[in-house]
Ligand binder design. Structure first.
Ligand code: FE2
Ligand code: FE2
Length: 244
């Protein structure tokens, strides 16, 4: 049956599952709860703990019980073993859409733009491309992730859109993290395309000890959905549900 264009879409979002080889059955309850509570699942990176294919296989098995579509981005942990392609291949087999500067469209009503993102700091303290080539390469990675997000958003003409990423686009959702590491947990370069193109919500992970909510400069709500953080507040439901 076609969706009523006026009906609300229920989004479940969570990041930092950090799935390991011995985690068989660990996400069974989560998947069951998502099936009951949401129309779409959004995963915000660090899907695996050390970026190993074996972990990707376990996660794919767990997610095979999902009865709703799933869009995801990868996190830094997923890159650790250089097996990103293999992990994405296994996730694709169970219908997970891994986004990297592209988008997923849900029933012509909602567009999800996704990018991993990168680090570099915030506001006036954002790292600039000056000096050593290594510094410039570091900054370039953040610029390139921001450009990828801009491209993904510019191609979306759905009535509603949301953004998923792993790194944080604002400093507010990092409150609670050690001050010294915050510039490595995200960058405001990622918030620029969001404020330009607009979105109903932004979801990110990575900041296990951060804060749950903040807003971009233009007032777009940003949710840190890192599972270890959610588990602290709502251990019985380790994902966020929002409607658009
Ligand atoms: Fe993580
Ligand atoms: Fe991470």
């Amino acid at each position: 049956m076609a969706r009523d264009p006026n009906s609300r879409i229920r989004l479940a979002a969570v990041g930092d599952l950090h799935c390991r080889e011995d985690h068989h059955g660990r996400f069974r309850l989560l998947v069951k709860q998502v099936n009951a509570a949401a129309d779409l699942l959004l995963l915000c990176g660090d899907l695996t703990d050390r970026g190993m294919l074996e972990e990707g296989l376990v996660l794919a098995e767990e997610l095979s019980a999902l009865r709703v579509p799933c869009a995801a981005v990868l996190g830094n942990h997923d890159y650790e073993h250089g097996q990103v392609k293999e992990i994405c291949g296994e996730l694709a087999k169970v219908g997970v859409h891994v986004l990297d500067g592209d988008h997923f469209i849900f029933e012509k009503a909602l567009g999800v733009a996704g990018v991993k993102g990168f680090a570099g700091g915030f506001g006036n303290a954002t790292l600039q491309a000056f000096g050593e080539p290594q510094t410039k390469a570091f900054v370039q990675e953040a610029v390139s992730e921001s450009l990828k997000l801009e491209a993904a958003l510019s191609h979306l003409d759905t009535p509603q859109r949301v953004v998923i990423m792993h790194y944080a686009p604002i400093p507010e959702t990092l409150e609670g993290e050690n001050v010294e590491i915050r510039p490595f947990l995200g960058t405001s370069r990622l918030s620029m395309p969001i404020d330009h193109y607009g979105a109903a919500y932004v979801f990110h992970g990575h900041a296990h000890h951060g804060s749950r909510e903040g807003r971009t400069k233009s007032g777009i709500p940003v949710y840190n959905v890192a599972m270890p953080l959610l588990a602290k507040y709502t251990p019985e439901q380790r994902f966020v549900v929002l409607e658009v």
